[in-house]
Design a protein around this ligand. Structure first.
Ligand code: PBG
Length: 324
């Protein structure tokens, strides 16, 4: 007549729900991506990402310190060079005085080992054509020529004080090449957070504004097809073989199945990147009064943790760390 089994019993009070929660979200799980821009006098808000800024070196130091005080697990830095400093080789990426390397030095100087300082190891912010690598004469991204640029970029970032480097260009062999290059240069303890399963996603849109990218076309010859799941298993296995210390799935919310699969097979910690478009969607809906902003943010982050991420990169890292 009546149900003998009543799952609702464990949902009756906040204390009961807290006791039986399977997944948790702590400040240490959250990594804050940050942008440092060359040639600006004051921080500039990114119009498609309200609340996210391109920083000056000074505002970067201040915002990073605040995030670390809120308890975030780490910081991931991106550089935004002046348009006139971009060229086909992405020279600013390997220049010790390029904006990203200056930003890394400023943060390492400010924070020492109080946080985990990470750097995006990819050329797209620095190339005039906006691709993640150098091009052949036919205009295709040249895998192997790009690898040697990544090695030089990685060494410059390690030299500038990054604890972990994030190769995000999806070139074949990038983890092995960078690992070897770092080891040869004596940076045996600089780790690699590999963007292993990275998809050619429409949700990167606002990031293009964030870094002033001049990309025309798309990245489908190097980033993965959203139709594929098994391919991510292959990419992750390769990166593990090549020496990745952490593997990442990106974007997060449209790829939670991939994240679960990767979490089940990985022998190293797993990260997921809640990217720009995910931030902007929730922000825009909340601004319209269509969803409860704070609840939606927490639910999105918890779902990424539940799918298997040990670490979540999110533009809300500092805010949420402060709230938790
Ligand atoms: C590549 C890189 C991108 C992002 C992080 N690293 C852009 C891309 O691959 O097109 C996107 C991050 C975001 O959208 O928040 N340097």
């Amino acid at each position: 007549m009546f149900p003998a089994v009543r799952p609702r019993r464990l949902r009756g009070t906040p204390a009961l729900r807290r006791l039986v929660a399977e997944t948790s979200l702590e400040p240490r799980h959250l990594v804050l991506p940050m942008f440092v821009a060359d040639g600006i006098e004051t921080p500039r808000e990114i119009s498609s990402m309200p609340g996210v800024y391109q920083h000056t070196l000074d505002s970067l130091r201040a915002a990073a310190t605040e995030a670390v005080e809120a308890g975030v697990g780490g910081l991931m830095l991106f550089g935004v060079p002046r348009p006139e400093d971009k060229d086909p080789n992405g020279s600013g990426a390997t220049d010790p005085d390029g904006i990203l390397n200056r930003g890394l030095r400023a943060l390492r100087d400010e924070l020492g080992d109080a946080t985990v300082l990470m750097a995006d190891t990819c050329l797209d912010e620095f190339t005039s054509h906006g691709h993640c690598g150098v091009l052949t004469e036919g205009g295709i991204v040249d895998n192997d020529a790009t690898l040697s640029r990544y090695v030089d970029m990685a060494v410059a970032q390690a030299e500038s004080g990054a604890h972990l480097l994030g190769p995000s260009g999806m070139m074949d062999g990038q983890v092995a090449a960078i690992r070897e290059g770092l080891d040869d240069a004596g940076y045996t303890n600089t780790g690699l957070l590999a963007y292993s399963a990275k998809y050619a996603s429409a949700f990167y849109g606002p990031f293009r504004e964030a870094v002033g990218s001049s990309l025309e076309g798309d990245r489908r010859t190097y980033q993965q097809d959203p139709a594929n799941r098994r391919e991510s298993v292959r990419e992750v296995e390769l990166d593990l073989d090549e020496g990745a210390d952490i593997v990442m799935v990106k974007p997060a919310m449209s790829y939670l199945d991939v994240l679960r699969e990767v979490a089940d097979l990985s022998t190293v910690p797993v990260a997921a990147y809640q990217i720009s478009g995910e931030y902007s969607m929730i922000t825009a809906a909340a601004q319209n009064g269509w969803i409860d902003r704070d609840a939606a943010i927490l639910e999105s982050l918890l779902s990424i943790r539940r799918a298997g991420a040990d670490i979540v990169l999110t533009y809300w890292a500092a805010e949420v760390a402060g709230r938790l």
